[in-house]
Design a protein around this ligand. Structure first.
Ligand code: NIG
Ligand code: FE
Length: 410
């Protein structure tokens, strides 16, 4: 949008107001969603210029948006997606309905390798076009910032192709986008009996080229039995660190392997999934500023346990929520549904899920400086809801879209 002023008036409640120095919220503080009733908010050049009670509304602006009966809050920050992908995997969905598990399907050659085959056969332009449609859809659900991973290439050409698509999305889309290199998503068939050879390809060939072209902001590894061991994850994280790429890793999805403590040792920005978690993991998180990220859409879709968010929050830790949007374990980018699932299945309160999906999600993808709260000077990436009576109405009407519009600025 052009450099102009936009005034939101008669906002029923303006939610998520924080000081600029708040990087994330943890423990009990997560149940508080600071707000002003009957508010205005002024946007200048795409940034929050001022806000307050309606009695103090500025007199003029280039454009006025009346938000009577509507709530205004920061747009969702979805810190974990794989939304560049080719084709789909409905056949695996049907197989799971018949009783096969995610791991059994993967062992039969389905899963990530199935998506990798499709991706390598798909031209860059088609990947871009499909991903743009997905971005348009998630914007309508209120997402203003999204992290997107590679990891369906698993070849030099395929990984580079995915990351170049993400780079183009950053240029074209009005969403704020971060890119994560997930070459360590699964071992291609040819390397299954020689892991080190694939790791060498990833570390010695893919990473330098990715760094050269400035294609990634983070590095990720799927640390799990039959995927990457803790030691292999550490090797990849160490290599990423040499190129200034902080880790955001998949850990504890099906097994507790010690990946959480290892990730924290390598200063990872976030540890994601955590469907299973033990006391050592919680102790390690306590000693860190690493964000635990829960993905309840994945838990629902492939019928695995939900991340014990209550246990984390009650232990004084923060939690972020994200969609994990991908064709295998979570084919939805709808953050409103994620919030509903977290309330219903993880016993998080509406205030907690909104903090998890805004400021904590922003921190998990390192965009908490410009985004994630209502703060003067931050980018005015905002959700204007449909008319609602309380913030709880957002997760309560599960499956419907409570977002009237998302305002996004480059
Ligand atoms: O986060 N767990 C690993 N990666 C994805 C699933 C990828 C896929 O099945 O295609 C996840 O769930
Ligand atoms: Fe994932």
């Amino acid at each position: 949008m052009a450099a102009k002023s936009i005034l939101l008036t008669n906002i029923s409640k303006l939610c998520g107001i924080r000081n600029a120095d708040v990087k994330y919220v943890a423990g009990q503080a997560m149940s508080v969603l600071p707000q002003i009733e009957s508010a205005f908010l002024l946007i200048e050049d795409g940034h929050i210029a001022s806000f307050g009670e309606m009695a103090n509304t500025p007199e003029r602006a280039d454009e006025v948006i009346d938000a009577t009966d509507k709530f205004v809050l920061p747009a969702w920050c979805d810190s974990h997606t794989h939304l560049v992908f080719a084709g789909s995997r409905e056949n695996e969905f049907a197989d799971r309905i018949k009783g096969l598990t995610y791991q059994e399907i993967a062992a039969r050659g389905g899963g990530i390798l199935n998506s990798a085959k499709k991706l390598n056969e798909t031209p860059e332009e088609k990947l871009l076009e499909d991903a743009l449609m997905r971005l348009e859809e998630i914007q309508q659900y209120g997402t203003g910032a999204v992290e997107i991973k590679s990891g369906y290439g698993l070849t030099y050409e395929g990984e580079l192709k995915m990351l170049r698509v993400i780079k183009r999305l950053k240029e074209i889309s009005s969403l704020t986008i971060k890119a994560t290199f997930l070459g360590a998503h699964a071992y291609p068939l040819a390397y299954q009996s020689n892991h080190q050879e694939y790791l060498n390809l990833l570390i010695q060939k893919m990473l330098p080229q990715i760094a050269d072209e400035g294609l990634a902001d983070f590095i990720d590894v799927f640390c799990e039995h039959n995927y990457f061991s803790v030691a292999e994850m550490e090797q990849v994280l160490e290599a990423g660190a040499k190129y200034g790429l902080p880790g955001k890793v998949h850990v504890n999805q099906f097994n507790v392997l010690g990946g959480v403590a290892a990730a924290i040792k390598h200063n990872c920005k976030s540890v994601d999934h955590l469907e299973l978690i033990n006391d050592e993991d919680i102790a390690a998180l306590h000693s860190s500023h690493t964000m635990p990220v829960a993905l309840p859409g994945c838990s629902m879709f492939i019928k695995i346990p939900y991340t014990p968010a209550r246990k984390l929050i009650d232990a004084g830790l923060p939690v972020a929520l994200a969609t994990d949007y991908n064709p295998g374990s979570a084919p939805s980018g709808n953050m409103n549904l994620v919030n509903s699932l977290a309330c219903i299945n993880m016993n998080m309160s509406p205030e907690e899920v909104i903090n998890s999906s805004t400021i904590n999600g922003a921190y998990a993808m390192a965009v908490e400086e410009p985004l994630g709260t209502i703060t003067i000077g931050k980018k005015a990436n905002l959700i204007i809801t449909k008319p609602i009576n309380s913030i709880a109405a957002m997760p309560y009407y599960f499956g419907s879209n409570p977002v009237d519009r998302a305002l996004l600025f480059k």
